[in-house]
Design a protein around this ligand. Sequence first.
Ligand SMILES: [Zn+2]
Length: 400
Amino acid sequence: MGDFNLTVILDAIRRSSGGLSRVELAQIVGLSPQTISNISRRLLDQNLIVEAGKEGSGPGKPRTILRLNPSGMYAVGVHLDPAVATFVLLDLVGAVVQHSQIKTPADGDPDAVIAAIAGEIEQLIQASGVEQGKIAGLGVAAPGPIDHDQGTVVEPPLLNGWDRVPLRDALADATGMSVLMDKDVTSAAVAETWAGGPSGTGSFVFMYMGTGIGCGIVLNDEVVRGASGNAGEIGHIIVDPDGPPCDCGLRGCVKSSCIPQVLVAQAQAAGVLDEAAPLSGGPAVQDGFARLCEAADAGNSAAAAIIDKSAVLVARAAAVVANTLDVDRVVFGGPFWAPLSKRYLDRVPELIRQNSDAGNIHAIEVVGTGVGEDVGAVGAACLVLEHTLAPRAQRLLLEG
Ligand SMILES: [Zn+2]
């Protein structure tokens, strides 16, 4: 996959909805018909594209349409959340071929977690029947902050003992695959651009509802990672000035007033949940949170009040980011999104509209993810596809 022009052509085919003819490709990418023809031949020989029917009713020969070949290449994606680890095998068009999920080991010991992940990946590939040689690599979505250069996870919440764990290299050793790592919120945004359909185009903020709340940023179809790969840390936006104290010394930050752990504690204090002691570990928090949302949906007014207030607070944070970046859309998703989706989608759009400075110029659309619950893992696998397929300036320099 060394050739820059080859990736330019693949990228153009990938971005088209129904495939492209050689003539259309030449017009779009600005290469000569001869070059297009030669590269198409190479891509067909590598099984990365297929000829998919003919098109054209006007004068002249009908044109053969070129499309990506779904089974031409695959990628594995892992999303490590403190509550649950999700695994997917994606084909070349970004469709999920195989999926699995395990509870993240509660004691969080890094060696045990890494061994469990590697074992699950082996089973996933085996169950899919895809030959190893067709798998381009492994992508990992990890809770932030991360050290992008070193491939380390730096003290994520609710993963005890995870201080600068070299997750990327450890997984490369354990699986023998080449590994790319990104922050979970960024992976989710990448997934939305590849597999989210209309909600993944243009400029949007992906509000990631996980053990923590963060956002992924896409501006004009480009994923924004920031100087160190940690863009989107919104935990210390103040959304409730009289709210609970935060570890930063201020009050009412997102992190101290509306993440799942905090809502579960409020539900305990209000008697919605039976347990008195704080729930420790990711899986316990996820379980308590699911019961809180169920109670709210079943008409428990204390539970509903907790969730509805969190919608107001999260909407404030989302509005700050949406206003700062002037986006078209706020997309919600992440491991804790599904049980919230109905109540949030009923309330958040109007709340964001009220807080939108550009509201008179363009509306901000609010939607749930088009990718679904696996969005972090799908995004991690998309990192591999993107790394392998997308034209990059670096590639041009190396080959120039
Ligand atoms: Zn704070």
